[in-house]
Design a protein around this ligand. Structure first.
Ligand SMILES: [Fe+2]
Length: 512
């Protein structure tokens, strides 16, 4: 792919210039709210939520990298989608109004597209053109592509390192990118990182917008968003560390009051919506946001996206990990909420696809983190919600779900694990497998050490460096490459494969 096209490049290019000229009448007079000569597309472009016949195109009208120079009023934004990179075979175009209420974000759901093909797109406002974006629709229903590759990312902390993993994902040319959360971090500026957050810990909408704006100024992130459709779901740090539903983590902030935290979460969800290429059903309503959803990828795969923060019961034992005890087996405790548990089981079970992917946030495989005979588990992961895990895994198994594969982030390390029907009985059957991707940057460079997994024999691999997971599926097998960066505190590090596993169609369990 060509590198990002600057405004100057675009204006210098005859063909693209001709397109811009043809819209001259449209911008003239209607975009008066934009200062003359200002470039309104510093936030770049993105696409997301690939369906066989439609795609979401995204941009946000912003004049500076931190979004501090507030855009005022309603801005008409013209968009075009073409079959070719030269934007000569336009298949759809329209005008959408960017409003202050939605932070001047633009979410266009383009209908009537052809399945399984690339498209290019661009936005125009105030006489200026955005970068040229590329995207791809999902495979045709009832048909399977020969193969499908996607990448899994999570946990990109601005201060902990450079987002090189996003650049390496782009090098792999995936069909789409699944991001399972901690897309931003909410902490205030620190002193030990390679770069600093621009504002104090956000609690209101302007501050969350600035935080997202800053992350969205990273060139590697901009490039990944420009080139590949995104399938995002947030974890905790998009709002606040380890929150549970409307309960903040235990700290000294005013949001210990659930009413205060509800306002904070509403602001955070609104900012998340504004910066993500999501569909209208995901637009926040009240203090909530409908994030669990399903994306079919032809007959080859079905992607079920879950939300394990918004509906969960509070973490047991005051969220002081590691812990072990009866509260972690409370049948009333739930990680996705009872309604979403049932929805996950139903969607996974009803799917006719060969590979059934569940994209979610926290480690599902049991993970005793205390060495020796005593046991101890994270209070924030599925281990702390065992009855909930049991309902989901048993449901997936009993519904005869084809080849279940769980995608995970959150813990800043690579893990490859088999998911047992009953983790209290290590001889119980394998229901599916879990691919937990390490962080994009959180934790810094990491090390080449590997965890001793002898007390958790269903976990087959651990890696402590940063990176992402590359997943390739065809009719016969799924292959997961745990991609590893040599460093994130220096720029442009190369990626290598720390380990690879395959799953054969119809055979439960990872193969090294
Ligand atoms: Fe994280």
């Amino acid at each position: 792919m060509s590198s990002r096209i600057s405004r100057r490049d675009l204006l210098a290019a005859g063909g693209a210039g001709a397109v811009a000229l043809s819209f001259g009448g449209l911008f003239a007079g209607r975009a008066a709210a934009l200062p003359r000569g200002a470039y309104p597309f510093v936030a770049g472009v993105a696409s997301g939520e690939p369906a066989a016949n439609s795609i979401v195109l995204w941009t946000r009208i912003a004049l500076d990298a931190l979004g501090r120079d507030a855009v005022k009023g309603q801005i008409p934004v013209t968009w075009e989608l073409a079959q070719d990179e030269g934007m000569t075979r336009i298949v759809a175009r329209g005008v959408q109004t960017a409003t202050a209420a939605d932070g001047h974000s633009v979410h266009v759901e383009v209908p009537n597209l052809k399945p399984g093909r690339e498209y290019w797109y661009r936005f125009y406002a105030g006489g200026e053109a955005s970068a040229l974006g590329r995207t791809r629709t999902a495979p045709k229903p009832g048909q399977s592509p020969d193969s499908l590759r996607f990448c899994l990312a999570s946990c990109s902390n601005w201060e902990a390192g450079y987002f090189t993993a996003y650049r390496r994902i782009a090098d792999d040319d995936p069909w789409f990118v699944v991001h399972v959360g901690d897309y931003i971090y909410e902490g205030g500026p620190g002193t030990s990182g390679v770069r600093q957050h621009s504002n104090a810990e956000p609690t209101d909408l302007p501050a969350y917008r600035e935080r997202h704006s800053q992350y969205n100024s990273d060139p590697d992130l901009l490039e990944m968003r420009r080139l590949f459709p995104l399938i995002p779901t947030p974890d905790d740090h998009e709002v606040e560390n380890n929150y549970a539903n409307l309960i903040s983590q235990v700290d000294t902030e005013p949001d210990q009051d659930p009413k205060v935290f509800a306002r904070r979460r509403k602001a955070a969800y609104q900012a998340y919506w504004e910066f993500m290429p999501l569909r209208l059903p995901q637009h926040p309503q009240g203090s909530g946001m409908q994030l669990y959803r399903e994306l079919p990828m032809g007959d080859l795969a079905n992607v079920v996206v879950a939300d394990t923060r918004q509906y969960r019961t509070d973490q047991p034992y005051g969220d002081k990990s590691p812990a072990d005890g009866p509260d972690m087996r409370d049948p009333k405790a739930t990680l996705p909420g009872i309604a979403q548990e049932q929805w996950i089981v139903d969607r996974m079970g009803a799917s006719k696809a060969k590979w059934n992917v569940l994209a979610q946030q926290v480690l599902m495989a049991s993970h005793d983190v205390v060495p020796g005979a005593p046991k101890g588990y994270s209070t924030d992961q599925w281990d702390a919600y065992r009855a909930s895990r049991q309902r989901v895994l048993t449901g997936i198994a009993d519904r005869g779900t084809s080849n279940p594969v769980v995608l995970t982030g959150d813990i800043h390390q690579h893990y490859a694990a088999d998911l047992l029907r009953d983790f209290d009985d290590p001889s119980s059957p394998i229901v599916g497998s879990e691919l937990c991707g390490t962080s994009v940057t959180s934790g810094g460079d990491g090390s080449d050490a590997h965890e001793d997994l002898s007390e958790n024999p269903w976990i087959k691999y651990n890696g402590k460096r940063r990176g992402y997971v590359r997943v390739t599926m065809d009719q016969r097998e799924l292959r997961a490459d745990f991609r590893t960066l040599s460093a994130v505190t220096t720029r442009a590090a190369p990626a290598s494969t720390g380990a690879s596993f395959t799953i054969q169609d119809g055979v439960r369990g990872l193969k090294a």
